[in-house]
Design a protein around this ligand. Sequence first.
Ligand SMILES: Cc1ncc(COP(=O)(O)O)c(C=O)c1O
Length: 412
Amino acid sequence: MAIDRTHCQQLDAQDPLSGFKARFQPPQKHTIFLDANSMGAMPAAVPDRLASFCTDEWVELRRQGWNHTEWLDRPRQIGDAIAHLMGAGQGNVVVCDNTTVNLYKILTYAWQSRKSGSTILTEDGNFPTDLYVAQGLNHNHPDPPEIKVCASRDELMDSFNTDTAIVYLSHADYRSGECWNMADINHRAHAIDALTVWDLSHSTGAIPVDLTGDDADFAVGCGYKYLSAGPGGSAYLWVNPRHAENGWPTICGWMGHQDVFAFATEYEPLSGAGRHATGTPAVIANEIFSCAAQIWQEVDEKHLWAKHKALGDLTMELLEQECGSLGVTINTPREYKQRGGHIGFSHPGAGPVSEALLAAGVVGSFRRPNSLRFGLGPLYLSYEDIWEAVSRLRKILESGDWQDAKYQTVSV
Ligand SMILES: Cc1ncc(COP(=O)(O)O)c(C=O)c1O
């Protein structure tokens, strides 16, 4: 039976997470944002938090803010609030720096911690910055790893061997949304004495992640995507407690010192993941992230994942039902366990279609040569939003509007 708007409204009426929509600021126009894989929605508490930060904390406290506020606690506090979304224990997630810096810190730390092998094994679906960080290590490190970038998933699976020191992957592919089986990769890596480093940017806050249960070694991820940390918001890193005391962090900064305000001459690393904090935290950005963290703390991750699955199923079914005969093909695997946070699909005119969608108030994203992505934020998207977005897409394709000259220059 065909899905219609009424069916979507019924799903909304039964949604246990529907109350969370009001915790995010709605856009003024009737725009549907399907870009959680790029930037999550703004928590409604942010403007007041920033206003009071400016007046009560910056203006009235200035440097005393370090003593009388939570500025210095935020990296650990936010880490604890999001830990349940990735199967991490309390105290093992630290919010700091950006993802690239964290990748560099953690990949280098993993490289120093390796048991054997001389190769970092990855594949070209890993995000470019991840690949560049590995290449940089090969270029700059005094004891450089070989970097093997596999051209396909099958090649990667066939490349595990005793020379492999680290398996280094984005959990979900940033283009297709295809997900690795984390437990299986960790298991295979450990069987050859290799370690694993995961980029969870397209997973945490959308799909089930169980770093502890799946026995991963290290992970990092973006704060500003599904987690709603805000533009340029801090990233996070996770270190399996068994590696927490392996050695000094890559960047030995004062925030990773055992006693920050002792101003000791000698570096003494903090115990645990906290040693990977570097310098002064991004205080203002973290105030914004803390508004989202407050929400995440209240979210039952099982409900979150179930809603994300249902939104993803609905998106794929509607794309096929409404637009399948108009040139749309789904790129993301059907199998739920192989899906990341977004649904990818292709169309021969994907770039101009993406522009026409923007003009029609549907914010997805385009990736060359012909893919579109709908990133699904379960806390603020309704099932009816999906219906509405796909209906607008169908109209654009049916009318051929996307072929208009004004849509041929494609934005990022
Ligand atoms: C998988 C993945 N990793 C890393 C990044 C970049 O992170 P940052 O700019 O915080 O270094 C992105 C950006 O989109 C990404 O998709």
